[in-house]
Design a binder for this molecule. Structure first.
Ligand code: BGC
Length: 386
């Protein structure tokens, strides 16, 4: 069976070496008269992730809690029409430039470019019709024991005001131990700028839970980018002595409403954290989030230099999957990225991609459980006693 046929099958049981997995695909409605599909990658344990080729959007991640009960930990909608109509970037691939570019202007090789100011007065997440609103080509495959889905999209020269024809491929791999690995690769035929990310909104207690404030988060950063009142970075500052110090695991809600200019500017946390030890594509642990009632743990690893920690401050009673209410601050995003507004801030890592170079990024969202640690410890102790 070739890869093309695989994508057309309704159910694909693979038996690669010892581990088993399946990939299913089904129609997910139409966008601009064109059909889009929903792909579900299921691993041997029954944990699964669903992704649509509309915007490369992760629509659900279903993993067990500490009692083995499966639950969906990302926000989303049941129909593609709702994604088109009202999605605040739920689960999508965000580009060409994720996050903000001040006043929608940047200069590259002496030429000034203008892009949409769709987040007045700035440019946000690739503009009016960014990568999140494009239909990507999908190809199903496998990486040894793990199912994967590769999405490709060629963005024409000048699309949304950005220079260069950009060839993009994003591969989602769902591993046997419940990690969603996202590998991005892009090339261009003219110098351009680029910053891709995934915009999943997590609530580890299950999507539709009332709040994110009970989660505890540890961020591997000694510095962050303070922002102005329009969310554009004003420089680099130490986290020490501020509510942005997450070097030790701390409840999201502990300091979020403190009297603080930065929290006021972000209406909560909506800031880029500068990852410690990130160096030229080295994979580092960016953040670890734990949720006390479910026992779920999210570990985010990335090759990017920064991560946007956004606490869903602009969510406001949105009707989501199964009619559930997505309230203010009922989810959080951890968006691996280069620093916001980097096209205009020379001291930030460069977002420039030139012909002959390959943009390459890997980000991994691993969904684990506290109880595993306990179990492992208990097992080791029993083994030692034997
Ligand atoms: C931004 C927020 C924005 C959200 C949804 C995040 O990446 O930092 O300011 O509201 O995306 O668009």
């Amino acid at each position: 069976m070739n890869k093309q046929t695989l994508t057309l099958c309704a159910f694909l049981p693979f038996a690669a070496s010892a581990a088993k997995f399946s990939v299913t695909s089904k129609p997910f409605g139409k966008v601009d008269g064109k059909p889009v599909a929903l792909y579900t990658l299921t691993n041997e344990s029954g944990a699964k992730v669903s992704i649509t080729n509309y915007g490369g959007t992760v629509t659900s991640i279903i993993v067990p809690d500490k009692d083995g009960k499966m639950g969906d930990v990302v926000l989303g909608f049941d129909t593609v029409a709702e994604y088109v109509e009202k999605s605040p970037y739920f689960g999508c691939i965000t580009g060409r430039y994720a996050n903000r570019i001040a006043k929608g202007k940047f200069t590259l090789d002496g030429k000034e470019y203008s892009v949409a100011t769709n987040n007045d007065p700035n440019h946000l997440h690739g503009g009016l019709k960014g990568f999140d609103k494009q239909i990507w080509k999908a190809r199903v495959g496998n990486m040894g024991d793990n199912p994967n889905l590769t999405l490709t999209y060629t963005s024409p020269d000048g699309e949304e005001g950005y220079p260069g024809t950009l060839n993009n491929s994003v591969t989602y791999t769902w591993t046997q131990d419940n990690a969603l690995r996202i590998r991005y690769k892009s090339t261009t035929d003219k110098p351009t700028i680029l910053n891709l990310t995934n915009h999943s909104y997590f609530n580890l207690a299950g999507e539709g839970s009332e709040t994110n404030l009970q989660h505890r988060i540890k961020i591997n950063a000694e510095h962050y980018n303070p922002i102005d009142a329009t969310s554009i970075p004003t420089g680099i500052a130490p986290v020490e002595g501020t509510p942005f110090d997450f070097r030790k695991s701390t409840q999201i809600g502990k300091r979020i409403d403190e009297e603080n200019e930065q929290l006021k500017n972000g209406i909560g946390y909506d800031h880029n954290f500068i990852l410690k030890e990130a160096d030229d594509g080295k994979m580092v642990t960016a953040a670890v989030v734990t949720e006390p009632t479910s026992g779920r743990i999210l570990t985010v690893r990335t090759t990017e230099p920064g991560i946007q920690f956004y606490t869903g401050n602009f969510l406001d009673d949105l009707k989501g999957k199964g009619g559930k209410n997505y309230a203010h601050r009922s989810a959080f995003c951890l968006e691996s990225q280069t620093f916001p507004d980097s096209p205009n801030q020379k001291e930030f890592p460069s977002p420039v991609l030139r012909p002959g170079e390959t943009y390459s990024q890997i980000t991994i969202y691993h969904l684990g459980l506290k109880k595993n640690l306990k179990k492992k410890k208990a097992q080791t102790q029993t083994e030692r006693k034997k």
